[in-house]
Write a protein that binds this ligand. Structure first.
Ligand code: DAH
Length: 502
């Protein structure tokens, strides 16, 4: 495999994602379990002179359990879920009737009708590490498993990082040949206008049973079913062969090439149908809003790109040409047979896909900032309705940005090796900065960017400078407020990460 392909695969294989609003406070606690909870950064807690440990959240520090949906989860040294994330669990935007995330979910769901497809929309968000990663064939050292990227309830339990966490269970239930799942998912990630630590995904799959298909002629059965999937007027670029021995292999132990070809064709036409449904409405809405960049005569264009996911092969991403840019919309592939085998349905073969709902809703409605989805402001919510055609979002204001920089030295790894309790240049992860910013300033921050980085030529110590853009979506922040937030941010960086401000 070429190193570029390997690097792309590594990057793509990495679970990407996001951070939220939460009150700021500091609490000292001394019980070993709550101290362990305090390690909700990827680092050890700071020991203070009185032997206490500063906790971010007194509500959570009160006992040794996290209480989620009437279940008590013991806290341990892996626990890193902040209370702001717990507070978001009941929101379930994908189920709020006229919310754009829910409208997007409904549009996609309409492409996968019962009885072939069952729709699961209320699966609980706490899953085991086995469900989220092992059942899907994630390698033991996959970066998505790290505490810098994933919210651990405890060592064995996480907030799902993707809806694929339920694939094996739904295969095991075997209630229908196809299904969709929509749900809230959780990832530690950057702070910017397209990332938030809670977001929503939709998953779908279509399987065929070797036991139920006459003469085991799966290819024939799939081609026949493809006739029922509506054709569309999209212009499709699909430059690569269905399988490639290195980049996108056939599962030769389980599928004939004819079967893989048929399943891929069914997958592709089904998902092209999803894109047609979504983007033809978005085009109508953009034209109605007076967007003259859109050529009404030009058909929508999509393209298939080879991809990698641990539980599908071959795999693809689907991109859409939207206002001059190719945008990645979804990931999909032929389900690796180990998954149905371990789910007790070895006779089933088929395809699966996953799509991020906020990302699509932002494109469809022209929503410029992911924080808006969490707004309870009627100026936002009243713009969407299930009972009228899709309309572009009309921004109700743009409040002034307020940029502030913070520069600090990381400890050199040798300095902290003995003390061992804080971050240093080696174990530093940017998501820890992002989480502290969200902790302190919540939705009053629009984005955080690394603007400077260097190592001292003599001491070798590393210095970083981050630029924080304080801007609320709902009002103008007063300068004193932004200053106050920034001062608190600096204090937290020192307290929780042990950095030295410059
Ligand atoms: N779970 C993947 C993600 O979060 C999306 C995905 C890709 C789901 C391929 C699938 C799939 O079911 O086959 O990025």
């Amino acid at each position: 495999m070429g190193s570029l392909t390997a690097a792309r695969i590594a990057v793509r294989a990495q679970l990407k994602w996001t951070g939220t609003k939460r009150p700021w406070f500091t609490y000292r606690c001394s019980s070993p379990l709550t101290a362990a909870y305090c390690r909700f950064l990827s680092t050890e807690p700071q020991r203070t002179t009185d032997g206490g440990v500063p906790c971010q959240d007194p509500n959570l520090a009160r006992d040794s359990y996290l209480h989620i949906n009437n279940t008590k989860y013991p806290i341990d040294s892996w626990t890193n879920v902040p209370s702001s994330i717990l507070a978001a669990l009941p929101r379930r935007l994908h189920l709020e009737p006229s919310h754009p995330v829910s409208l997007t979910r409904q549009l996609i769901e309409s492409q996968f009708p019962p009885p072939i497809y069952t729709h699961y929309n209320t699966l609980p968000p706490v899953v085991t590490v086995a469900q989220n990663f092992d059942s899907l064939g994630f390698s033991p050292d996959h970066p998505g498993r790290s505490r810098t990227d994933t919210y651990y309830v405890n060592k064995d339990t996480v907030l799902r990082t993707h809806t694929s966490a339920h694939e094996a269970d739904i295969f095991r239930k075997d209630e229908s040949d196809g299904y969709t799942i929509s749900a809230d998912v959780y990832r530690r990630d950057a702070v910017d206008r397209s990332h938030y630590p809670v977001f929503h995904q939709m998953e779908g799959a279509r399987m065929w049973s070797r036991r139920r298909v006459l003469g085991n002629d799966i290819a024939m059965a799939v081609w026949r079913d493809l006739e029922q999937v509506p054709r569309h007027g999209l212009k499709v670029e699909d430059a690569n062969p269905t399988v490639h021995p290195v980049r996108n292999p056939l599962q030769a132990a389980y599928h004939s090439i004819e079967e893989a070809e048929a399943i891929a064709a069914h997958l592709k036409r089904s998902l092209e149908g999803v894109v047609t449904t979504l983007f033809s409405r978005a085009r109508e809405a953009a034209i109605a809003a007076g967007n003259t960049q859109i050529d009404v005569e030009e058909p929508l264009k999509v393209r298939w790109i080879e991809a990698y996911f641990p539980w599908t092969s071959p795999s693809w991403e689907l991109e859409v040409l939207w206002q001059g840019d190719w945008l990645e919309i979804l990931g999909c592939g032929v389900v690796k047979q180990e998954l149905p085998i371990s789910a007790g349905v070895p006779d089933k073969v088929g395809w699966a896909f996953g799509i991020g709902l906020e990302r699509v809703a932002m494109l469809l409605y022209g929503i410029p900032d992911i924080r808006l989805f969490w707004s309870q402001d009627t100026r936002f919510l009243s713009q969407f309705s299930s009972s009228r055609p899709m309309r572009r979002f009309v921004p109700f204001s743009k409040y002034p940005a307020c940029y502030k920089d913070v520069s600090f030295w990381l400890r050199s790894s040798s300095t902290s090796a003995g003390g061992g309790s804080r971050i240093n240049a080696q174990n530093f992860h940017e998501n820890d900065i992002m989480e502290i910013v969200r902790d302190v300033a919540g939705d009053s921050v629009e984005d955080v960017k690394l603007v400077d980085e260097f190592s001292h030529p003599i001491t070798g110590r590393k210095s970083l400078c981050y630029r924080v853009n304080y801007r609320s979506l709902e009002r103008t922040l007063r300068n004193e407020e932004a200053n106050d937030l920034h001062e608190r941010l600096k204090a937290h960086l020192v307290d929780r990460l042990g950095v030295e401000l410059r």
